[in-house]
Write a protein that binds this ligand. Structure first.
Ligand SMILES: [Zn+2]
Ligand SMILES: [Zn+2]
Length: 291
């Protein structure tokens, strides 16, 4: 599986991504401070411990993710601290959002934006993003900050849960931790195994190559990969039944450290092409929704 990267490793990964994907430089620079800060928070946070023994392996086998089995968020989580830290990182990478982030930060510091009230609204997967109703002129910025914050907590909980339960069976195209669909896939050239990656929580899991992760249509024919001319390592899986696509990377070796979220941002040109052709992403991310 793909390894997690420390904040210092992220510097190298971003430098290389910028070198190899100059067309995505603007987006990479925008997300660099945020993703670097997220990795650092994920690694360094002290969280109250959760009991994962209540997770039922049979329900996992049946496709019920962790988040629908036990509460992954706890009222004791340092949500405000994470959100305030990430608001600063957003300002660094996306100066246009400075005013909005300052406003949200003031609300959080003043106890007026209560993320804790939002927990109930996130049963996992195809849930509604919690909104700070009546408090924000622009709810989308609040939900951006919320999803960035949730990612940090979910990644930590996902790691803990996977460790506590390994090995467990998971055969779905959506994430075993949070129930979201993948943002990017990776196929190992040696052995040809496919791994799906969830950008909502950072989890990676193995999934069969002959089935569409979204609608579970079996491959045979009609299941295609889209390539940009001259690029054999980058593609997008497209499904003609559900009309979804999934950006997919091929990996020849294990030499270079990779961060799947950075890769997803690097390959955003594929998102543009596929969306232009009428396909939709399996997961909407902050970088692949064009308006
Ligand atoms: Zn997930
Ligand atoms: Zn499909």
């Amino acid at each position: 599986m793909m390894s997690n990267h420390t904040a210092s490793g992220m510097d190298q990964i971003f430098d290389r991504a910028l070198e190899q994907n100059p067309h995505s430089a603007e987006l990479l620079k925008a997300f660099r401070p945020v993703m670097t800060r997220q990795r650092r928070l994920t690694d360094s946070l002290t969280l109250p411990s959760l009991d994962y023994s209540a997770v039922d392996r049979n329900r996992l086998r049946a496709g019920v993710p962790f988040i629908r089995q036990i509460p992954l968020f706890s009222p004791e989580d340092p949500l405000d601290r994470i959100a305030l830290s990430l608001a600063e990182a957003v300002k660094e990478g996306m100066p246009k959002l400075t005013e909005e982030m300052d406003r949200l930060s003031a609300l959080i510091s003043g106890g007026k934006l209560r993320w804790k009230d939002c927990f109930g609204a996130r049963p996992g997967g195809e849930n509604e993003e919690p909104r700070a109703s009546g408090l924000c002129n622009s709810p989308s910025n609040a939900s951006l900050l919320w999803s960035l914050t949730a990612r940090v907590l979910l990644e930590r909980r996902g790691r803990e849960a996977s460790k506590a339960l390994e090995p467990f069976d998971w055969e779905k195209g959506y994430c075993p931790v949070c129930g979201e669909f993948p943002s990017i896939a990776l196929i190992e050239e040696e052995g040809g195994r496919r791994f799906l990656h969830c950008s909502s929580c950072g989890q990676d899991w193995r999934f069969t190559r002959v089935v569409c992760p979204y609608c579970e249509k079996e491959a045979q024919k009609g299941m295609d990969y889209f390539y940009v001319e001259g690029k054999t390592q980058e593609s997008a899986f497209v499904c003609d039944r559900c009309k979804k696509y999934l950006v997919t990377l091929y990996r020849a070796g294990r030499l270079l450290a990779r961060d799947m979220d950075v890769s997803a941002v690097s390959l955003v040109h594929l998102d543009m092409i596929l969306q232009d052709k009428g396909y939709k992403p399996m997961a909407a991310c902050a970088w692949n929704v064009f308006e």
